[in-house]
Design a protein around this ligand. Sequence first.
Ligand SMILES: [Zn+2]
Length: 216
Amino acid sequence: MLKIKCVPVGTLWTNSYIVWDTGSSEGFMVDPGDEGKRLVHEVRKNGVTIKKIVLTHGHFDHLKDAAFVSAELKAPVLANKEDLPLIQHASEQAVFFGFPPITPPDIQAFLGQNSSLSAGPYTFVVLATPGHSPGSITLYNSAEGAAIVGDLLFLESIGRTDIAGGDYATLLTSIQKFILTLPDATKILSGHGEETTVGHERLYNPFLTGVYRDEA
Ligand SMILES: [Zn+2]
């Protein structure tokens, strides 16, 4: 069975995900943004072997504890190359937003469009979904109907595009091209807040239905 455990961490309630196959107990972690000790505890409590740590994008609140978790679990950190400059300057981002400086992780391998990630027999394809940042990615598993989207979109909202590399038109294009083309029942697992579905967002997300279409 595929398990996707959402662990909201830190004062910004970043959703970190622990994704694993219950058969082999192998999997990966997404966005260890804070509370690294708690995330490592969750992994060990469930007897999971984390093979990779994946960043959906390079904002500090999604990667603050990636270096710690990587060292503890002996797993490499992966991200899209396009966000490498953001990742390398994540400490400046943290300070800009009023948080203490951080030590960003070393990125040991890159992920891009059509890269894949596995949790035992379950494969997630990487979709390049820029807009919130240049290197934002979505992890999609079609068999289970689940998409881990980072800060691309949220329940009835979308990612902000006014910070570090954001672009509103690019974000809307990514959602139209890669998210709204998925089956309605697909679960959307966002970087903050509650989970939703493609069908719900198609009907009720005011940024997608046209209600806020003219806002930038
Ligand atoms: Zn972000």
